[in-house]
Design a binder for this molecule. Structure first.
Ligand code: 1GP
Length: 244
């Protein structure tokens, strides 16, 4: 079964999924982390980061993660350096609100042969930086949507759908002070038919629940995993998401 089918089946069963984003350059003990992710009932592990440069390190990290879990391990690359042959799939994304053609299609074209060679499952995804953006917004040269015009985000989401992108990631930015507002998620949900992922600035069960209730299929938690007391917090987030 493909990773995409596994995700879809899991959404049907559980309604909402929790994905953890692991920035391999910022985690010291990966084995320990994976054990805790398993114990928190996380549904998949995304591996990514906007500034990954060391591919040998990435490859080793993905290998370690894969050897310790049966959860899907999915690449979420910020650039062409974020590809590893050991992953199960790749979120093959275009940053649709970038000003830079490199992040729209240039990087994808350069990376495509590697994805083909590694036989990675490519999941077509629209990436929209719809919040403050943080590193991803800066590096990806994203045009920030005006707060008072969420219908512009809808326009991009619909365009993604008509372009055949089966996944949409609404990103506030890793470590964002505020997550994507539930009202925006709800609005986009009322138009977009595919799998909707929401991440950035989600650090507590209340926010996670509000994001899920607003219509996100998948909630992503990243930065929290880099804090010392993340384990109980992650478990609370997981319970909040999976309990409805
Ligand atoms: C970043 O959306 C993800 O790409 C996760 O964000 O690190 O703020 O949890 P955080």
């Amino acid at each position: 079964m493909t990773v995409e089918d596994r995700i879809k089946q899991n959404i049907k069963k559980k309604n909402h999924l929790l994905f953890s984003l692991v920035d391999t350059e910022n985690i010291s003990d990966l084995s320990d982390l994976v054990t805790n992710l398993e114990a928190s009932n996380v549904d998949a592990i995304l591996v990514g980061g906007s500034t990954i440069a060391d591919q040998v390190h990435l490859d080793n990290a993905v290998k370690i993660i894969k050897s310790r879990t049966s959860m899907p391990v999915i690449l979420f690359p910020g650039n062409i350096t974020g590809i590893s042959r050991h992953a199960d799939a790749i979120l093959f994304s275009s940053l649709l609100n970038s000003n830079d053609p490199y992040f729209l299609i240039g990087a994808q074209a350069i990376a495509s042969h590697t994805v083909w060679k590694y036989k990675l499952e490519a999941i077509p995804m629209a990436y929209l930086i719809a919040g403050e953006g943080v590193s991803a917004g800066f590096i990806g040269n994203a045009r920030i949507f005006p707060k008072e015009k969420p219908e512009l985000i809808v326009a991009y989401a619909l365009a993604a759908q008509y372009l055949g992108m089966r996944f949409l990631y609404l990103e506030a930015g890793s470590g964002a002070r505020k997550s994507i507002p539930p009202s925006v998620i709800k609005l986009v949900r009322s138009y977009y038919n595919g799998i909707m992922i929401v991440g950035g600035g989600i650090r507590n069960p209340e926010t996670a629940k509000a994001v899920a209730n607003a219509g996100a299929d998948i909630i992503v938690v990243g930065n929290l995993l880099e804090t010392s007391d993340y384990f109980p917090k992650l478990k609370n987030i997981s319970n909040a998401i999976h309990s409805h």
